[in-house]
Design a binder for this molecule. Structure first.
Ligand code: HEC
Ligand code: HEC
Ligand code: HEC
Length: 183
């Protein structure tokens, strides 16, 4: 229903990315957002302080990724095998909490992403390029990324305008709801 206009919107967003090809090659790097406390943000994802429940949540996450605990944690669980991987996963926990999504809503095993996950990949590249977290454009109200912030609405309008200028003027079934913004 909404997929045709949104694919071309994401196509336009993708076309604006300068570094996407680089970012997609190899292990993704964590977002570089100055001043963010990812441990504190990740902590919100855990529903309990109880060790057992935390393990159970982590087991579910591991299942979505089809990765063992040691893909991230050291043998004795005292540390992490890789700092970047730790931070990236903390960011993922934060994203999950803020959006109300679960790991498996985007991840389907080691490499495979769900359809939503593929959209999120473009968004991830966009966020990396801008040096921002998702909350730059999305409300952190667990609406599964449906609710945009004021900046997000403005960005969407700009992309819709680019889409039109690029000749992709197929009538959108989802008209831009926000009033046209002045750049
Ligand atoms: C993809 C990476 C990854 C995998 C796989 C993973 N973890 Fe984690 N785990 C993390 C990160 C990141 C944190 C949060 C670190 C922080 O900010 O405190 C964490 C936190 C935890 C915590 C809470 C620690 C605390 O301070 O209370 C437990 C318990 C845990 N993991 C157990 C497991 C177990 C058991 C498995 C396997 C079933 C597992 N993890 C798999 C990355 C991972
Ligand atoms: C909204 C979608 C979304 C959700 C929810 C999500 N992820 Fe991700 N995840 C991504 C995207 C996008 C990437 C980057 C993929 C890329 O660039 O290749 C990624 C990458 C990763 C990576 C690094 C690549 C890899 O497979 O080793 C890990 C680890 C990861 N996510 C763990 C998690 C965990 C754990 C959760 C749940 C706490 C989670 N993700 C929830 C979208 C999501
Ligand atoms: C510069 C602005 C911007 C940033 C930053 C951004 N997004 Fe988006 N995102 C958008 C816009 C615009 C849409 C399209 C929304 C629409 O069509 O109503 C969107 C759509 C999405 C969707 C699709 C929602 C759906 O139901 O189809 C997902 C998932 C998403 N974003 C995830 C993320 C994640 C994860 C991050 C952070 C890593 C992020 N976004 C950062 C602007 C942004």
């Amino acid at each position: 229903m909404k997929s045709i206009p949104s694919i071309s919107l994401y196509g336009i967003i993708g076309a604006t990315l300068v570094y996407a090809a680089v970012a997609l090659a190899g292990e993704p790097k964590p977002l570089n957002v100055p001043g963010a406390d990812w441990h504190a943000k990740a902590e919100r994802w855990f529903t309990s302080k109880d060790e057992k429940e935390r393990k159970a949540q982590m087991k579910e996450a591991s299942r979505a990724l089809k990765r063992p605990c040691k893909n991230c944690h050291t043998e004795d669980f005292e540390g992490f095998i890789d700092e970047d991987r730790k931070v990236l996963t903390q960011q993922m926990m934060s994203i999950s909490f803020d959006s109300g999504l679960q790991c498996k809503d985007c991840h389907d095993g080691k490499e495979k992403m769900t359809e939503l996950g593929e959209t999120a990949e473009k968004m991830y590249d966009l966020s990396r390029e801008k040096g921002v977290y998702c909350d730059e454009c999305h409300q952190t109200n667990q609406s599964k990324f449906k609710d945009l912030s004021e900046k997000g609405k403005k960005f969407k309008d700009e992309m819709e305008a680019k889409k039109k200028a690029a000749g992709g003027a197929a009538p959108a079934t989802t008209p831009a709801s926000a009033p046209a913004s002045t750049p």
